[in-house]
Design a protein around this ligand. Sequence first.
Ligand SMILES: *Cc1c(COP(=O)(O)O)cnc(C)c1O
Length: 460
Amino acid sequence: MTNPPGGPRRAPVFRDVPDAQWNDWHWQLSHRLNKADELERVFPLTESERAALAAGDLFRVDVTPYFASLIRPEDPADPIRRQVIPTAAELVPFTAMMEDSLAEDRHSPVPGLVHRYPDRVLMLVTTQCASYCRYCTRSRIVGDPSAQFSSSEYEEQLDYIRATPQIRDVLLSGGDPLTLAPKILENLIASLREISHVEIIRIGSRVPVFMPMRVDDDLCAMLGRYHPIWFNIHVNHPNEITPELAAAADKLTRAGVPLGNQSVLLAGVNDCVHIQRRLVQDLVRIRVRPYYLYQCDLVEGAGHFRTPVSKGIEIIEGLRGHTSGFAVPTYVVDAPGGGGKIPLGPNYLLSMSDHRVALRNFEGYISSYEEPTAYSAHDPAECAECKRKRAEPGQSGISGLLDGDELAIEPIDWAKMHARGGVEHRLNRDSNKWNPRGIGTSSASGGSHPADPTGPRKEK
Ligand SMILES: *Cc1c(COP(=O)(O)O)cnc(C)c1O
């Protein structure tokens, strides 16, 4: 069975596999390559790759025959090869490297459930993937088949979501949720759908990229029964966009599932404006909208993939305005220590006065925008949505300042350091006109903000 010209790519070693097996995702999973001699039948290994594969406690290696076939055998720097075949560089520690750099474990009220943001949770439902990315941010838990989640752990995760009405968005991830047995995956999705406050369910999966045959009619019909379902795939390089991936994306979008892409900025793989431009343009051609471009996390084994943050800024500079707006992802640094995703990009705001802003565009053209001098401000007292707003304890942050809920955000021990035993000034005792907002006073005597019709503020 040879490959038709322009048709699906298969490494010569898989030439004689019957189509029915090649296109069966169970066959792909059970024939994954992980040992040096197996990989060597597809392409010659380098010294560095052989050394890594022989190392003792290496993060798990597995590559589906389909994905291995996309590697150009003669090129040790092939961008697909770099993502899934370990090299000796993986064994090199670097400063600032951490096991759980996003502090996910600290944010997990029950095992596998990461509640980092006010209204949504990340639900890790398996430790298994179809193939293993060498830069995996969760290599501390992923890959170990003995660390699989149990049904009682799923129940604990679901119980937490049931008992937490502010959760309106549940993101299934892992590991890769699409490696679960179809019945288990459906049961999880069905249980989430029964929770009335869960508005949307999201799936984060690289299976369409590693093993597009998993996206079959049954899967699409199943997902279609539990809408709204959103889906993010993970493509890093245009070489991953094959006719098979295009067909899988087409099936999913026809089933009503909007597709996004999350990619990771990786040295030697996609740290190039031109590769990124082709990537995002090829993605929108298959109706996948670029969602996030991640700065590589400070995770063990991934040091050689890291780029300076400036590379990410440069890439966004080369995309915004230069190509379709919906092809431009948001570049984010997932802040170490559990700070969450922080968007970064070029600066377009050059300066501002009380009624004008100076802006530059993607070409360097600079213009000014005249702001209104008579703006009748939005009145929260007249707005039904403002009155309905839900408290987000400890989560209001900067938007809490703008909203008027909070007066200041203080670093740890700030108040203690500034408590110098002062007494209230005599002028302040008689009236509040000297310090109308009560800043720096310990009593709650501060008046209300003139623009805040909702009355006195809470003291922090
Ligand atoms: C990324 C992430 C989410 C989802 O974030 P969005 O910006 O809404 O895509 C939710 N929880 C955790 C812990 C995450 O890391």
